[in-house]
Design a protein around this ligand. Structure first.
Ligand code: SF4
Length: 428
């Protein structure tokens, strides 16, 4: 039987795309199959095949047994922005904001920052790409600077990633492009955290990077810009990390250029298959990923696939402490339910403020102190805590909760324990 690819009609922030092909049509790798109906980005077929079905969420394509070399090149290109738009490039670090919209600014001689932080633990595909193909990312940064009239470019990367830093140093040829080495903390990859560290300017939670004359773009996004401009290649594939309870071992494995529409199941099988009983499959990173079905399709914003160990069981009453940059309340409730715990109370970090329906941190990764929130949860009847806090705030929770004899779980624990990684607790 031929393989069926499920290509979602919404792989970006904005509206659901509208299909521009019909059932029965033959498509090539790279054929435009759906266009934006509002804010959004073009979607192209990732394989050669026949359109089998279209529903309100997805286009299903039956793949040809023999896939031809190459892809259908982009037409309708012109300026850098036009080409990015035609290629359907979005923020591939997970945000999914259409890149042609983000870059359609005049930066007044400002800066484009390449987000090479790879902030979530266990993910490795960004660093692998930097080490193996730094030129592609460097050129993408140059194109993004040209498109937005930026005077300089910066690679923001954690200082611990020495090999990737060395690879970037080898390809940087312009004096106005530098490397900024950042500390190893979560959420160092948050846009406003990067701008604070690189430019020394703390933006308000409702301000965009453009308020600092800056644009922040993930490194894979930059490489896709280069591919679009130099090869006329649309976004038809995604780099993915697979890690966890796998027969091939627990270490992280990067799969590059996975066709969009591939299922999580196929990728896990390619990585050796699941090793025995497991807790859940997370799509994304340990902090902000979500639990998904094994038949979920890969999109332009997929990043990690984590197969976790079974959940630890906890019968005591649980207090939830929610971070704006980690797992949200819904996800913490889901984890608590999977552990078997009942909820005694929910508190948000006092730096977490609601902006347009979602939480944003006033100063990502700089803890305001959590004693008051921990005491409140204790008063509400919590015997244990489940938290999603950043590295710094977890550190301050650890300064209080043990004295109150309250054991702590972090939302990342089951992922980190699966691979014998140190838990998010005290800062070293
Ligand atoms: S300060 Fe609070 S809201 Fe901000 S990142 Fe840390 S835990 Fe999250």
């Amino acid at each position: 039987m031929s393989k069926l690819y499920k290509i979602l009609l919404k792989q970006h922030i904005g509206a659901v795309n509208k299909p521009v092909i019909s059932v029965g049509d033959f498509v090539r790798k790279g054929t435009l199959i759906a266009e934006p109906s509002g804010l959004g980005a073009n979607i192209h077929s990732s394989i050669d095949g026949r359109v089998k079905e279209i529903d309100k969420d997805a286009i299903f394509i039956e793949a040809d047994k023999v896939q031809r070399e190459g892809f259908q090149s982009l037409d309708n290109t012109g300026s850098i922005i036009d080409t990015i738009k035609a290629a359907g490039i979005v923020g591939m670090g997970g945000a999914g904001f259409p890149t042609h919209v983000k870059l359609n600014v005049h930066l007044n001689g400002g800066v484009v920052i390449a987000n090479a932080v790879e902030c979530e633990p266990l993910l490795v595909h960004n660093m692998k790409q930097i080490i193996e193909a730094p030129e592609l990312i460097y050129k993408g940064l140059c194109y993004a600077m040209e498109a937005s009239n930026a005077k300089r470019g910066v690679f923001a990367i954690k200082a611990k990633n020495k090999e990737a830093i060395a690879a970037l140093q080898k390809v940087i040829k312009k004096d106005n492009i530098q490397i900024a080495e950042l500390p190893d903390m979560y959420p160092m990859g948050e846009e406003r955290a990067i701008i604070r560290e690189v430019l020394g300017q703390l933006l308000a939670p409702d301000q965009l990077p453009s308020a600092a004359d800056a644009v922040v773009l993930n490194v894979e996004t930059l490489s896709r810009i280069t591919e679009a401009i130099e090869q006329k290649r649309p976004v038809i594939s995604k780099n993915i990390t697979i890690v966890g309870k796998l027969k091939s071992g627990i270490e992280s494995k990067a799969f590059m250029d996975v066709p969009i529409g591939t299922t999580v199941r196929e990728l896990i099988e390619a990585a050796g298959g699941i090793d025995g009983e497991y807790g859940e499959i997370i799509m994304g990173g340990p902090f902000t990923g979500v639990s998904v079905d094994i038949d979920q399709a890969i999109t332009k914003t997929s990043g990690g696939i984590i197969v976790t160990m079974p959940f630890m069981k906890e019968k005591r009453r649980m207090g939830l402490l929610v971070c704006a940059c980690g797992a949200n309340e819904q996800r913490l409730r889901e984890i608590a339910a999977k552990m078997g715990a009942s909820i005694a109370g929910v508190e948000k970090c006092k730096q977490a403020v609601e902006i347009k329906g979602s939480l944003k941190c006033e100063d990502p990764g700089n803890c305001p102190g959590q004693a008051e929130k921990v005491l409140k949860l204790k008063k509400d009847g919590a015997e244990v805590l489940l938290i999603s806090n950043c590295s710094d705030c977890t550190n301050t929770v650890m300064c209080v909760a043990p004295k109150l004899k309250m054991p702590i779980y972090h939302c990342t624990d089951h992922a980190m324990r699966t691979v014998n990684h140190s838990l998010i607790r005290r800062l070293k």
